[in-house]
Design a protein around this ligand. Structure first.
Ligand SMILES: CC(C)(COP(=O)(O)OP(=O)(O)OC[C@H]1O[C@@H](n2cnc3c(N)ncnc32)[C@H](O)[C@@H]1OP(=O)(O)O)[C@@H](O)C(=O)NCCC(=O)NCCS
Length: 331
């Protein structure tokens, strides 16, 4: 959809629902939303469809990602209905329509996610979607209390991490680290995920395209990696995204340690180093938001050491395309 005005309408529609759908966190900036809806993630093609009233007013819209490299049997669906048009069957009609498009693209499963307690969660249950993994959102408050704890955490990690050196950069990954950083992205395959979800395989072209997109959307992307002195391998890494249009907030990106380097407190070390860095580089930063599968005990124990607090739970859902296509559509 090249029509910028319509994309803006979709954004306003999503924002209008924010207070019930996801209160307590800032809305995405338009830049970020536009980038996601226009370009998708990891180079996956996607479709956007709008539902309008006879008057032309926008009632709802959805984005349906139809990946071509991995997840070729899946469609990732994000439907949203204007708050004033809810409970009139628009959401069901969007899902049924998306199922048709997914079937045309040879998909058999629709996947989505909803915040526990939000309208989308009740809706997903009612239409018969199957619940999958639970994801927990945590927020880390940045301030003197956190900074006072960092030296002790650094002292805890350092002795275990002998033989590793930290390296950091802003924006695009330096050329010589692209391969090892791809290995770290691919290590996300080890994190708990829904059985039907195929983790992504990363290569330098895919990495560069994603990083360029983030930079083009105006994000400041901070990365800290732990490199093994003996081999130069990038053993662990963490990233934080700052959206200049969302004051005070940072967004946790990847944190991963490759399998052969686990057990050296590198996850804690890179996160502590990141927070030390951001204290100077982003003095306006007040909170960092992160999400982990509830079953991801290793990552969560690092986050708990840093005193992240739980704010929300999200539930993934999946539904067979055949069943979604049969949802009753009200006239
Ligand atoms: C989820 C969403 C798309 C539903 O849109 P909608 O147009 O209200 O959905 P429908 O009218 O087709 O609802 C179908 C049924 O779902 C259930 N349902 C929908 N919203 C509900 C709510 N807030 N509480 C309880 N049940 C709800 C009802 O049983 C409803 O039928 P009924 O109104 O006859 O009782 C809308 O709430 C929304 O945009 N939420 C934000 C984005 C989101 O969470 N998307 C879904 C991700 S899985």
């Amino acid at each position: 959809m090249a029509d910028e005005a319509r994309l803006r309408d979709c954004y306003e529609l999503v924002r209008a629902g924010q207070e019930v759908d996801d209160p307590g966190v800032p809305a995405d900036s338009y830049r970020r939303f536009r980038s996601w809806w226009k370009h998708g993630w990891a180079g996956n093609p996607q479709q956007i469809w709008l539902a309008a009233a006879a008057s032309g007013a926008l009632l709802g819209c959805y984005v349906l990602a139809l990946p071509e490299r991995e997840n070729r049997a899946n469609g990732f669906l994000s439907p949203v209905v204007a708050p004033s048009a809810r409970r009139r069957g628009v959401g069901s009609a969007l899902v049924a329509h998306a199922a048709e498009q997914a079937a045309l693209a040879g998909r058999t499963l629709l996947m989505s996610q909803a915040r526990v307690g939000a309208p989308g969660h009740a809706f997903a249950e009612v239409i018969g979607a199957r619940p999958g993994l639970t994801e927990v959102r945590r927020v880390l408050d940045i301030g003197p209390a956190l900074h006072a704890r960092l030296p002790a955490l650094r002292a805890e990690a350092d002795p275990h991490a002998a033989g590793y050196t930290l390296r950091r950069w802003v924006g695009i990954t330096p050329d010589e680290l692209a391969g090892p950083v791809c290995a770290l992205h691919s290590a996300m395959a080890d994190a708990p995920h829904d059985a039907a979800f195929e983790p992504l395989a990363w290569d330098a072209d895919r990495l560069l395209a994603e990083e360029r997109r983030a930079v083009a959307e105006g994000a400041r992307v901070y990365s800290v990696a732990a490199l093994q002195d003996a081999t130069g391998a990038a053993a662990g890494m963490t990233q934080v995204f700052i959206d200049p249009d969302v004051a005070g907030w940072g967004f946790q990106g990847l944190t991963a340690v490759t399998r052969e380097h686990r057990g050296h407190r590198l996850g804690l070390l890179v996160k502590v180093a990141m927070l030390e860095w951001l204290a100077a580089a982003e003095p306006g930063l007040c909170q960092i938001m992160t999400g982990n599968a509830a079953a991801n005990t290793h990552m969560i124990s690092v986050n708990e050491k840093l005193a992240h607090r739980v704010t929300d739970y999200f539930q993934s859902f999946e539904m067979d395309v055949a069943a979604a296509g049969k949802l009753a559509v009200r006239q």
